[in-house]
Design a protein around this ligand. Structure first.
Ligand SMILES: NC(=O)C1=CN([C@@H]2O[C@H](COP(=O)(O)OP(=O)(O)OC[C@H]3O[C@@H](n4cnc5c(N)ncnc54)[C@H](O)[C@@H]3O)[C@@H](O)[C@H]2O)C=CC1
Ligand SMILES: O=c1[nH]c(=O)c2[nH+]cn([C@@H]3O[C@H](COP(=O)(O)O)[C@@H](O)[C@H]3O)c2[nH]1
Ligand SMILES: [K+]
Length: 501
């Protein structure tokens, strides 16, 4: 006998019913009921939008944090079809330089190769762990390339000598517009171990080595990169809402930032509304992402002011203490669902920001209406995040800190972060460390494969299809009890090894 309509309607809750009970739920609280699989997992299309006019091929965004998003992260994320938002905890010209660096190439990395002038006498330390350095007329990227210095050659001298005594002649130059396959073919065809990359206007942008090629070849094949209308990598950048952020905004737009994120924990402020209106008037061609918001009323104000995207999440971040300190915020599943259900009617994509620690959280965020997820801790242990690895209790870790931590506030955002309005500084974030996760070029593709499998289980072959299932109330979900959450995790084993891929 076929199940009755009433039986079907009673099996699990539709989202509007679940999220209207006065309970703040987060990702782990809820679980989706499976749908019908009518297609292979590989057929799932994860393409999406960061904001109204910025398409991405995968729904991942790196947080605007100084331990997450600088040039290397931005280039790697764009080459994967995702995007990074370059943080603003630095001088405007330095932030703009990061945006420019990431946009000046088509390779999935930015190496921090040092530049020397021919007369300089660097020590091995000056190579900062790099095997090579570029020698240019004036020791900067804008002057003519005259040679390449090899660290081993510097190390073999008893005392530092001028670079020109041992530098090697500059090999044939590769174009900074070469993508990875083209650059790899160039090195192979020319039989080179390394080649400097030079932009169309003659700036020496970087150096690619055969070792880089080998390393990148060991990762999953790169997909469709995120390219803007300018044909360059999509790179976003953040600003604050102070008067001097207007100058920062101008520099970022000039550097080619494809989207601007106004970075605040509580976006529904007169300061942000004024900044959105100003930016939309001055730079109508650049997408503006407002936030953070967690309610429909907040979202409404930002959308009315002209926001092209919304960042959703308050207190959900792993390093975040806002809910504890200020008693405001919302469970992230509820926040994403509520804001998305309003923003969709205005064609404004939602970024689910914070609280992502596994692929299941990504499936949940996207199926609850988000167009992308923004991640801090998930990416901060990667090779591409700023900073160097350290050892803590025998584990290789990288520092990860909240932008509202005392340490980050005193680093640079002092003025913007309370400094000039409040005499007494109170932290809303902590400083910590996260485990080494290897390269984002390796673990993001695996994570996206897991997300595709989740979508397949739901019966959604795209983000749009997941959103349709949600809105038509075909997608069913339930709250998990504490015991159900324990059951859903690994349990009852004496020991185990957890290896995701
Ligand atoms: N997503 C989250 O839950 C949270 C994120 N954060 C992160 O920490 C960093 C700092 O966040 P916030 O403290 O919210 O920064 P914010 O710059 O928005 O606010 C800091 C303080 O400055 C004030 N302010 C801003 N513009 C002003 C102006 N033009 N004139 C006078 N006063 C002004 C604000 O009202 C607030 O009191 C950001 O990177 C943010 O993403 C911090 C807390 C929570
Ligand atoms: O309360 C906070 N205090 C802070 O100091 C802070 N710094 C960042 N953020 C927010 O956390 C997000 C990253 O969260 P995850 O590590 O969970 O991915 C980020 O994307 C931000 O939204 C903060 N929140
Ligand atoms: K938190």
């Amino acid at each position: 006998m076929a199940a009755s309509r009433a039986d079907l309607a009673d099996d699990g809750f539709a989202a509007p019913r679940l999220f209207s009970q006065g309970v703040s739920y987060t990702y782990d609280d809820v679980i989706f009921l499976p749908g019908y699989i009518g297609f292979p997992a590989d057929a799932v299309d994860l393409s999406t939008r960061l904001s109204r006019r910025v398409p991405l091929s995968i729904p991942c965004v790196a947080s605007p944090m100084d331990t997450v998003s600088e040039a290397t992260m931005a280039a790697a994320m764009a080459s994967l079809g995702a995007a990074a938002v370059v943080h603003c905890n630095t001088e405007p010209h330095a932030q703009a330089a990061i945006v420019r660096a990431a946009k000046s190439r088509r390779l999935p990395f930015v190496s921090s190769v040092p530049f020397f002038s021919p007369s300089s006498a660097p020590t091995l330390n000056d190579f900062a762990g790099n095997e090579y350095a570029l020698v240019t007329q004036h020791g900067d990227s804008l002057s003519t390339l005259v040679g390449v210095a090899v660290a081993a050659d510097a190390a073999s001298r008893e005392v530092p000598v001028s670079v020109y005594e041992y530098m090697r002649p500059a090999p044939r130059l590769a174009s900074a517009s070469f993508d990875f396959e083209k650059a790899a073919a160039f090195l192979a065809d020319e039989g080179l171990d390394y080649a400097p990359l030079v932009s169309d206007d003659g700036e020496v942008v970087d150096l690619i080595t055969a070792k880089d090629v080998e390393r990148i070849r060991s990762y999953p094949k790169l997909g469709k990169p995120s390219l803007g209308a300018d044909g360059k990598f999509v790179v976003a950048a953040s600003i604050g809402t102070r008067e001097d952020d207007k100058g920062r905004l101008e520099q970022l737009v000039k550097a080619g930032a494809n989207a601007i994120v106004i970075d605040s924990s509580q976006g529904n402020s007169i300061y942000q509304l004024d900044m959105i209106k100003f930016a939309k008037k001055m730079y109508p061609e650049v997408d503006l992402i407002g936030g953070n918001v967690v309610t429909i009323a907040q979202a409404q104000n930002l959308i009315q002011a002209g926001a092209d995207g919304l960042r959703v999440g308050m207190g959900s971040g792993s390093i975040c203490t806002t809910q504890e300190v200020c008693a405001v915020g919302r469970g992230q599943a509820t926040a994403v669902y509520k804001v998305s259900s309003y923003a969709k009617d205005h064609n404004v994509p939602v970024i689910a920001d914070g609280g992502i620690s596994n692929s299941g959280h990504i499936v949940k965020a996207l199926s609850l209406g988000a167009s992308t997820v923004m991640m801090g801790s998930f990416l901060a242990g990667s090779h591409e995040a700023p900073g160097t690895y350290e050892y803590k209790d025998g584990r290789r870790v990288k520092k990860y800190r909240g932008m509202g931590s005392l340490e980050a506030m005193t680093k640079g955002s002092d003025a913007r972060y309370l400094g000039d309005t409040l005499k007494l500084k109170v932290a809303q974030g902590v400083v910590g460390a996260v485990a080494d996760k290897g390269s984002v070029l390796r673990f993001i593709p695996y994570t996206m494969q897991a997300v595709k499998q989740g979508f397949q289980d739901l019966g959604a072959d795209s983000l749009q299809s997941a959103h349709d299932l949600l809105r038509s109330e075909t997608l069913r979900l339930e709250v998990r009890t504490g015991a159900a959450q324990v059951e859903g995790g690994i349990h009852g084993l004496v020991s185990y090894e957890k290896k995701a891929f």
